[in-house]
Design a protein around this ligand. Structure first.
Ligand code: AHR
Length: 314
């Protein structure tokens, strides 16, 4: 996609200066979802550290998992006249009006981590993030292999309406479609937090269906880690009585895998600060960028956890 340079960058371009150069001031407004998980904390650190390294002026705002806070932050970035607006949208829908306002102001938008559902893809310049559907498929494939295609599954869903919750469920269910003896019997949101994951798992385990559960699919590691506590408190062995697969690949998940309590974590890489600011510099300069930039990631199980742990960066 080809874009026009942002107003603050035009004079620099006229001087023929490269905008990726740290000496050229770039101001980026970034609206973060919140601080709900270990993944999110690592994502925020990566973005702040990279901005500092490049001497980018970062206007950072934490939305505390509320869309209305993000919309307010985006409008305030427009009022401040930043060069680029970046954000990780808490939910998929409801962004068109504010994205139109930003477009009218001539400020390019870089989406990070989570996508938006909009009728006009021209409302944002680019999206950098993971393939959440594929992450769900990876979790499903791993569980099918581990259980021989037979499992009574409880599911801890992410934040309702968020791209990772929608897409991970979709990818996981796609795999279950080919395994008639793998069934989700309980499914509820734990809002991507450890506390909610524990609370919901406690309730699952008290229900008649919950007592039949042989596997847990958690849409992120934090909810799985909370559920592990609930499973232990119920007198069961996580990782043995209940096979657990989750998503993110945070350090605490590797610790749990090495201890035999979590069976598999599908990686979702939060360390996207460097790619984000490469894209921000490019769109501010009006350079063409791909509309979607993927992030590379893997799948880890208990057999790899101890060896991988010392090198985990988040
Ligand atoms: O959008 C990425 C997801 O958001 C991560 O999997 C989860 O941990 C976070 O809260």
């Amino acid at each position: 996609m080809k874009l026009s340079p942002s107003p603050a960058c035009r004079s620099a371009l006229a001087l023929g200066l490269a905008l990726a150069h740290p000496a050229l001031a770039l101001t980026v407004g970034f609206s973060q979802v919140g601080a709900e998980s270990g993944w999110r904390t690592a994502n925020t650190s990566s973005i702040k550290a990279e901005a500092a390294k490049r001497q980018v002026t970062l206007r950072f705002s934490d939305a505390q998992q509320k869309q209305e806070n993000q919309i307010k932050a985006l409008r305030s970035f427009v009022a401040q006249g930043v060069d680029v607006i970046a954000f990780s949208p808490v939910v998929e829908t409801g962004w068109e009006p504010v994205l139109r306002e930003i477009k009218q102001a001539g400020i390019p938008v870089v989406l990070t981590d989570r996508a938006v559902a909009v009728s006009d893809p021209g409302l944002f310049a680019t999206f950098i993030g993971s393939d959440f559907v594929e992450e769900g498929r990876r979790a499903g494939r791993w569980l099918a292999q581990k259980t021989g295609g037979k499992a009574v599954i409880a599911e801890l869903v992410g934040t309702p309406g968020s791209a990772p919750a929608i897409d991970r469920k979709k990818g996981f269910e796609e795999i279950l479609g080919a395994h008639p003896e793998m069934k989700i019997v309980l499914s509820q949101s734990g809002d991507f937090t450890r506390a909610k994951g524990k609370e919901v798992m406690e309730a699952f385990l008290k229900s008649p269906q919950g007592r039949q559960v042989t596997a847990l699919f958690a849409h992120n590691d934090d909810m799985a880690l909370g559920a592990i506590q609930a499973i232990e408190e119920a007198g069961l062995k996580p990782g043995q009585d209940i096979i657990i697969v989750s998503i993110d690949g945070v350090r605490d998940a590797f610790v749990a895998m090495a201890a035999g309590k979590l069976n598999c974590s599908v990686e979702c890489n939060p360390l996207i600060g460097p790619q984000l600011f490469d894209l921000a510099a490019a769109v501010a300069a009006g350079q063409p960028v791909p509309h979607r930039v993927p992030v590379a990631e893997g799948v880890y199980d208990q057999s790899q956890a101890a060896a991988a742990l010392p090198n985990r960066q988040y």
